[in-house]
Write a protein that binds this ligand. Structure first.
Ligand code: ZN
Length: 215
């Protein structure tokens, strides 16, 4: 399987104590951790745009949610951490699919209809994502160096569901422990990196091609 080459400085390294800060090219949507990127000082490595009107990523609402997750983790509230990380990843995936749709020319109304038509997370990963990118989420993650991510996310989702929904078929789960919370914090760290790479591949590339076709 081919591996997507990474532009140096695109991702933050290691673990941070707060939501990592990325900068977004207003022209193509490329995301980079490089603080010089999009400041007018350094051209976008992707579309070569030079203007300084970069945007921040993740958006403010996700940054606030990230802050809450880290707060609860520091208080040892494992159950809340697992539930919120799962919520966070679902919001990130929604953002990601929304951006891919926009890059492919869908307006707000179309994006709303598509996302509303597929509310379940399994369908978004299993159907929507591959339809839009011509690749399974699993393959895309593996290509970007996060092969285990989809499985670990699935396991966390299962545990969260068993904890929240008392299923008469499978039995309820009594707790989400510290170990699961620690695992979900790793998942959160990796989610930023994976979604930035997915963005740069399917959003930045998609928009670039759409612009080339138009001109
Ligand atoms: Zn760009």
């Amino acid at each position: 399987m081919k591996k997507t080459p990474q532009i140096k400085g695109t991702l933050h390294k290691g673990h941070a104590d707060e939501a990592p800060h990325y900068y977004e090219c207003p022209e193509c949507g490329f995301l980079s951790a490089n603080a010089r990127f999009g400041s007018g000082e350094k051209a976008c490595p992707h579309c070569k745009a030079e203007d300084g009107k970069r945007r921040d990523f993740p958006p403010e609402r996700l940054r606030r949610l990230d802050g809450k997750i880290r707060h609860y983790q520091s208080e040892g509230e494992s159950e809340i951490v697992v539930i919120l990380v799962e919520t966070f990843l679902e919001a990130m995936l929604e953002d990601s699919i929304d951006r891919i749709l926009a890059a492919r020319g869908a307006d707000v109304k179309v994006r709303e209809i598509v996302l509303d038509g597929q509310r379940a997370i399994g369908g978004r990963i299993g159907r929507l994502f591959p339809h839009l990118t011509n690749e399974s989420f699993e393959d895309a993650a593996a290509e970007m160096g996060y092969r285990d991510f989809p499985r670990k996310w699935r396991e966390m989702r299962r545990a969260r569901n068993a904890f929240i929904h008392d299923s008469p078929f499978r039995g309820a789960r009594e707790s989400l422990d510290d170990e699961m919370a620690a695992d979900s914090m790793i998942l959160l760290d990796n989610a930023y990196k994976l979604f930035v790479l997915i963005n740069n591949r399917f959003v930045a590339d998609g928009r670039k091609h759409a612009t080339e076709k138009r001109s």
